[in-house]
Design a protein around this ligand. Structure first.
Ligand code: GSH
Length: 249
């Protein structure tokens, strides 16, 4: 079998959900870092999708494309491995936790994008290393990127306090379901991965697990939510330390 190829954005939580699932199932793959906006036509061509939204992660494996983190995780699980990421009798629960994860991430993206764009140091860190030579053109490029995300994901359609309230609802459900325990479905599963990674938009996990520029790291933290959900951040950190292993490539 040809090596699967994962188009990803290294700092994006959606890509991290896919990478964690692939690693948990010990699937080896090659990563391709995707440049939003600039490489959209390339990704469209590879996916054969000329209309509608295209996003990463996208995995190309077995002659097929899996263009969503959840589909990628399910494909990884179908490859076998020692952990059972999707217990057969908990299908609806796995799906429901992924929906909660997507809700947190979507609202989180809308909260953090203006923080990143509004901080010159964080904005500069968004420019890929290979493009840093553009120097003073970085600021307008990042401002363009923020507008692109604002329009593509309707970031201003809902107010900030409503977004925080929506995140609170999901995280309160997580707290209740965990009830001080380690796992949502009894053992380590994709439900844990989905919710642990969603907490990235509350406060990023440590650099040993996901490297971020220091200004980016600060901008991704939502002080209000981080304080309120410190217990869940502790759960997330423990889960990472125990279960997030890099895959041999
Ligand atoms: N539901 C999708 C969402 C993926 C998503 O929103 N990806 C964003 C990550 S920041 C993306 O591709 N952004 C770059 C772009 O939109 O061009 C998944 O789970 O894979």
């Amino acid at each position: 079998m040809a090596t699967p190829v994962l188009y990803q954005i290294h700092y994006s939580p959606w890509s991290e959900k896919a990478r964690w699932a692939l690693a948990a199932c010990a699937v080896a793959y090659r990563k391709v870092e995707y440049l939003p906006m600039i490489e959209t036509p390339l990704l469209r061509a590879r996916l054969g999708r000329w209309t509608g939204k295209v996003t990463v992660p996208a995995l190309f494996a077995d002659g097929r494309a899996y263009a969503d983190s959840f589909a990628i995780a399910q494909w990884a699980a179908s490859r076998g491995g020692v952990v059972q990421l999707f217990p057969a009798d908990r299908k609806a629960d796995s799906e429901a936790w992924n929906v909660r994860s997507e809700t947190v991430l979507a609202h989180g993206r809308a909260l953090l994008t203006p923080r990143v764009g509004g901080d010159p140091a964080a904005a500069l860190e968004q420019v890929p290393k290979g493009l840093r030579w553009i120097g003073p053109l970085s600021a307008p490029l990042v401002a363009f990127g923020v507008r692109y995300l604002r329009d593509k994901y309707a970031l201003e359609a809902v107010g900030q306090s409503e977004r925080r309230a929506a995140i609170r609802t999901e995280l309160a459900a997580l707290r209740t379901a965990l009830a001080g325990g380690d796992h949502l479905l009894g053992t380590f599963t994709y439900a844990d991965i989905a919710m642990a990674v969603a907490l990235q938009v509350v406060q990023p996990v440590g650099d040993q697990h996901l490297r971020l520029g220091s200004a980016t790291r600060a901008a991704w933290r939502d002080p209000e939510l981080a304080e309120e959900f410190a217990d869940l951040l502790g759960w997330r950190d423990r889960l990472y330390d125990r279960f997030r292993r890099p895959v041999a490539q």
